[in-house]
Ligand binder design. Structure first.
Ligand SMILES: [Fe+2]
Length: 343
């Protein structure tokens, strides 16, 4: 293609000029990078994926194009695009969106050597995608009002009458829906439906976890069921949205101790599978996991032997319940939440 084009140009503008044009074309990075590039549909926090992509490109020369969106929005888009999807890699905040895409057989299996970099509890048994980071459910509470035995022992307590008008959440977000998905898997439909009913009676809805935490900090509500990193992220900045906030970890294999896995997967339709595999290998290896340890995302590292940010409560101390990430069913969750009047 280039040769044909250059031949035409040679004829048109003469040998000397074309020689320099030829040198220009050959040395233009854009031409060289066409094969060595990947496109990510990114539903992870934008700052984190940007940091990952920049470090990966610097190390490998593989150029990364990032399109930002949300977990379920992109999962549904991938299903709709099918074989024509321009995405090579899909990154999410939580597992249900990965399960949705995998349910349509749209993932390319992750290379064995990459899977082996991550312990079994942080990836689906079928190896069609892999955990790249993790986050813990917490009850972010107003420490000027609550402490000790005034805190809920279990996430299930928040549906009891004594918690009426005292807590908040962001039910429209994929983060919260993953927590409900875990509850559904752990306790079944009846308990989950009952809990959602209690939630509807007791809680205040906010859009976004940061907003819910701000409301706690401002004394508008006593606590919020969110993920841990919103607190640590704010503390690392000015702390102005979390100065009255402390985190309660439910532990004890409670549904509220659910650790959600952020996923990475390669689309079966990708034309850059080798580069996409290289990216997931890097992401779950030393390079990608170091970004979690040293950066400002405050999400947990999941790579074998890889440390998380030292500000965090160690992952192994969280006493998380055992949840199969590939079986988290977002469609059922949103149906149940809709039926409960939460969506
Ligand atoms: Fe989040």
């Amino acid at each position: 293609m280039w040769e044909a084009l250059l031949n035409i140009l040679f004829g048109l503008i003469g040998t000397a000029a074309a020689a320099s044009l030829s040198a220009l074309v050959v040395s233009t990075p854009a031409a060289a990078q066409v094969a060595d590039s990947i496109t990510i549909y990114n539903a992870q926090h934008e700052g984190l994926t940007k940091e990952w992509a920049e470090a990966f490109t610097e190390e490998t020369g593989i150029v990364v194009t990032i399109r930002n969106g949300s977990d379920l929005e992109f999962a549904n888009q991938i299903v709709q695009e099918g074989a024509n999807s321009p995405a090579d890699v899909f990154l999410t905040e939580n597992s249900p969106a990965m399960a949705l895409v995998d349910g349509k057989a749209l993932f390319e299996p992750v290379a064995k050597e990459t899977l082996e970099q991550v312990p079994e509890q942080f990836r689906p048994a079928n190896g069609h995608w892999i955990g790249v980071a993790a986050r813990s459910t917490v009850f972010a509470y107003d420490k000027t009002k609550l402490s000790g035995d005034k805190l809920p022992k279990s996430m299930l307590d928040l549906a009891k009458p004594e918690w009426k008008d005292r807590w908040a959440a962001s039910p429209s977000g994929a983060d919260f829906q993953a927590i409900v998905g875990a509850l559904l898997q752990l306790k079944g439909e009846e308990v989950t439906a009952e809990w959602l009913k209690g939630m509807k009676a007791n809680f205040t809805a906010y859009r976004g976890n940061s907003t819910a935490m701000k409301a706690v900090n401002a004394g508008q509500t006593e606590g919020a069921l969110i993920y841990h990193y919103y607190y640590f992220g704010d503390q690392a900045k000015t702390g102005e949205n979390s100065k009255n906030v402390s985190l309660h970890y439910f532990k004890n294999q409670d549904a509220g101790a659910f650790v959600s896995i952020s996923g990475g997967g390669i689309l079966a339709s990708s034309k850059h599978k080798e580069q996409a595999q290289a990216f997931l290998k890097w992401l779950t290896g030393k390079g990608g996991q170091a970004v979690l340890r040293d950066g400002t995302s405050f999400e947990y590292a999941v790579g074998k032997g890889e440390a998380s940010n030292k500000a965090l409560v160690p992952l192994e101390e969280l006493q998380a319940p055992k949840v199969e990430p590939s079986a988290l069913n977002n469609a059922e969750v949103t149906d149940m939440m809709t039926a409960a009047g939460l969506l």
